[in-house]
Design a protein around this ligand. Sequence first.
Ligand code: ATP
Ligand code: MG
Length: 180
Amino acid sequence: MKLKTLEISGFKSFAQKTKIDFMPGITGVVGPNGSGKSNIIEAIRWVMGEQSAKGLRGDKMADVIFGGTADRKPLNRAQVIITFDNSDHYLQTDYTEIQIARTLYRTGESKYQINGTTVRLRDIQELFMDSGLGRESFSIISQGRVEQIFSAKPADRRAVIEEVAGVYKYKQNKDKATAE
Ligand code: ATP
Ligand code: MG
């Protein structure tokens, strides 16, 4: 599975519709402080179902909508569309290409879509479940998180490594079985 494109409009600092095409290999994003690099990563987490406004450095979810600058009026809608190439069927669906869209209006109205069809948040979460790409996964490590991991207590650090290695799920099952 590969990340193909990301379209951001009205989300955080991206007032204008911005489309990023991901080429094969590693992608690096460079730019001065405050230019929106972290906002790109947050757009990816948001469209994949992030529910915590704090996790997106805001107080409430509407804070992700472009709030205006000195020379640009605030917007009423944030939208992020992400497209994955799923020709290897890594995500368990028949689709070879998956497009997920999330839209939020200032009124609070919100919408999730998979390949153009309106779905529930749950459907998005289910799509990524057990893929290692979910909301709480370690496939996205945000700024500050690295220090947090290295300064953690050994037991907590071990939990992170176990989760990444995919051992955690089995350990939980084992603990459950032992308790029974
Ligand atoms: P650094 O190199 O310091 O990590 P960065 O490139 O990661 O910087 P971001 O944190 O992605 O920068 O972007 C911060 C910018 O996004 C700030 O200028 C902030 O004002 C702007 N921003 C965040 N939310 C909104 C919003 N809702 N509306 C408009 N601008 C916003
Ligand atoms: Mg940053």
